[in-house]
Design a binder for this molecule. Sequence first.
Ligand SMILES: Cc1cc2nc3c(=O)[nH]c(=O)nc-3n(C[C@H](O)[C@H](O)[C@H](O)COP(=O)(O)O)c2cc1C
Length: 336
Amino acid sequence: MTDLKSTYMGLSLKNPIIVGANPMVTKLDNLKKFEDAGAAAVVYKTLFEEQINLESIQLQSELTEYDERGAEMVHIHPHLEHAGSAEHLFNITKAKEALEIPLIASLNCIYPETWIEYAVELAQTGVDGLELNFFATPKDLQTDAGTIEDKRAAILKEIKKVVHIPVSVKLSSFYTNPLNMVGKLSEAGADAFVLFNRLFEPEIDINTQSHVAKLELSAEGDYKMSLRYIGMLYDNINASLCANSGIYEGADVIKLLLAGADAVEVVSTIYKHKPVQITKMLNDISEWMEKNNYAYINEFRGKLARVNTKDPFVYKRAQYIDLILRSEELLKGTTV
Ligand SMILES: Cc1cc2nc3c(=O)[nH]c(=O)nc-3n(C[C@H](O)[C@H](O)[C@H](O)COP(=O)(O)O)c2cc1C
């Protein structure tokens, strides 16, 4: 018998597979499907500051269009200016009620005060944890990386003062030294790191000569950047590690656990293979553990992390150079 239990950001999980933030979670039916398939936790889709503002603007224009009705609504709801997040918060409350497994809320804001205000509101819904989605695109050539990073760490520190549930940070890999950023945020109080977010990129349609919004899923195998950094962070910081991006199979989860992950977040594989994929992944992990005589995840978690590997160069530049120098031999059979 295998026991897949894991602890992630202080939460006890029945296994390491978490459904990452995505719009499927807004349907209670889907949440039940994820839970029935064996998911250990769910991250609710992100509350974005733009979404709050947009809803408030829409509401205001509706109110001026129907002045009388607007006056009545203001009377009934004196805090109408905050109505933008109300629907999201209400839906999270419903999701929390529907689930037995932990639910984690996700937030992405622009201004420090909004980060703090909505972190508190999300925590008040009764969610088990909060994931800060620190994705933002650089806007100018002047602001240096350190300034942006320090602002993020300050926001996290403030949130940790007012929120009494575990807080994780979901990062992109686009830092000159992601390890340093993780270190800074760990000092600021992060309980966990989700490495790494997959960013939505702009695209251009050459036929219409216009920008197009294209939502693409990850490709299988896109987890290697996570594997590298989790392997280097394991046993080096006082926070949980969650791998994300391109995790499709049970074998991928095993690799990330061997590197040192406490959990993984999956989205694309569910879009492609339906929630039953979670069951399949869990079965594959159990089967592999049985074959290798492991009863618990902790018996092999981090076994191939940098601190535990005999090959000191495996996570370093030397390995990269070695691969380049041996590329002819490694790619033998590939013709051009
Ligand atoms: C349709 C869609 C919507 C997503 N929405 C969110 C979101 O609201 N917040 C967030 O942090 N990530 C969001 N993501 C990113 C996923 O949570 C995840 O980080 C990313 O897809 C990489 O994981 P995967 O390879 O398992 O898909 C979304 C992804 C997809 C495909």
